[in-house]
Design a protein around this ligand. Sequence first.
Ligand code: GLY
Length: 387
Amino acid sequence: MRKLTSKEEQWVTDTLRKIGDKMEVVTKRNLGAIPYTTDENGRFDDKSKTDICWWTNGFWGGEMWQLYKLTGNEMYKEEAVKVEEMLDENLMNIEGLDHDNGFKWLPTSVCRYKLYNNKESYNRALLAATNMAGRFNIVGNFIRAWNNWDNVDRRGFAIIDCMMNLPLLYWASSVTTDPRFEMIARAHADTAGKAFVREDGSVNHIVIFDPDTGKIVGKPGGQGYKEGSSWTRGQSWGIYGYALSYKYTGEKKYLDISMRIADYVMSEIPDSYLVPIDYRQPADVDLEDSTAAAITASGLIELSKALERYDEAGTFGEKADKYLECAINLLKTLDEKRISWGTDTDNLLNNCAVDYNGDGHNMSIIYGDYYFIEAMMKLEGSALEIF
Ligand code: GLY
């Protein structure tokens, strides 16, 4: 991976300073909360009051840990610990646990355990990992996504997003020396590589298996435009998730999958570096998703670093540089065009989207902010390895 130019280094330093300045004010006025999005006045909501089991509830904790690393300000550490403790209510609610346990307990309990060897954090994260491992379908070799809310039978559902949760299982095997967690993570990654990733490197969001036979029975469009389309956040989960499976297993096949998705994504990213909700949405639709831009950037940096580790002979040096270049362009575009730097609003990223067909468009979403901060800190070499 090439070094940053001095101009790029200056931009990283300046951007991290802007993040630190804004988030100090924002965090002080949201003490004890777990934000997801902002209201019409640009102020954060508090998911701890309305839905403690919401899948994004770990990101604020992760953001607090990254900001603690960035600034050393104890306020962030205290808030991160509060989020972790509030999530105990979720841990005791079986209906609120699912494949997304990684998104909740990696940025909170695993992060704290890695920093301080905290026994309670260890227990929480291992309970979350054990529950996630219990979702493995042994015939279909996949980790089941979601539960049966709204009376929909989801026993055979798997989603590409789950790749980002696998580090919880890799961590569980590493701390217990019990290989079962990692076996499950690898089996899921292998299945997803075949069932989700298409010939051209694009990925499906959802694959539905028959839960009794493991046969694939459907590949709906999920949060993307339609069946066969290419939901941008799903593509970003794929790039990042497979780079992580490489990081934890050292298996070249996962690096290859991450590169295939990344090459496809780089061929689709518009010249503006403003990322749509779906790379195959109609040309006259200008809906965007800044979260996909931030996650793609962080995933490409991860991939670039992974290639550097793998590639002693330098075979992929050029590719690694291209991924890094693309990540920097995505992040610069967010910085210049899609971030509210003023302290009148709580969020960083604008123009985020929940999905294509719903009405959650042009909003702020907490994980967009998290991955933007993480990616900028990765460029500086200072990010905590939360995933
Ligand atoms: N994991 C759900 C989403 O990305 O919206």
